[in-house]
Design a protein. Structure first.
Length: 144
């Protein structure tokens, strides 16, 4: 279903670990094998849907363009990174997002960011460090 033995094993392992972590999932209404089979099937379908969404997103970002035209350098990894950032942006404070944009995207120094935001440089260092930590954690979760 997934087209990759490694990915299928990953799904099976994730589901098995979920079953071990939550023994209440098996209420005795069906055999453990049946429950495992259903959970693996649903997880695999979720992965297929997710992959299809990413592919659609990738095509939209590329604009359906041929190689060599603007946007053709976009990869699945960059789409996933953009999605991670989109999820993070929903939960981050506007001030933190502004600091991250000014520093990481626009290239302003921490001192310049502090001046724009009206906070100390130390506060900017703390905000950017925490933001980078959450971004790393988000990326790590996606790769597990």
């Amino acid at each position: 279903m997934l087209g990759s033995r490694d990915e299928a094993e990953d799904v099976l392992q994730e589901v098995f670990l979920a079953m071990v972590a939550s023994p209440g999932l098996h209420r005795g209404e069906a055999s453990a094998f049946t429950l495992l089979y259903q959970m693996v099937t649903h997880k695999a379908l979720d992965r297929c849907r997710s992959r299809a969404r990413r592919q659609g997103w990738l095509e939209r970002m590329r604009g359906g363009s041929e190689s060599g035209t603007p946007g053709s350098h976009v990869s699945i990894e960059s789409v996933e990174a953009a999605r991670d950032l989109q999820r993070m942006a929903r939960s981050e404070a506007p001030r933190v997002l502004t600091a991250a944009l000014l520093h990481f995207v626009d290239g302003h120094t921490q001192g310049e960011v502090a001046e724009v935001l009206g906070v100390s440089r130390r506060t900017v260092v703390r905000m950017l460090g925490q933001f980078a930590g959450r971004a790393r954690a988000c990326s790590t979760q996606r790769h597990q």
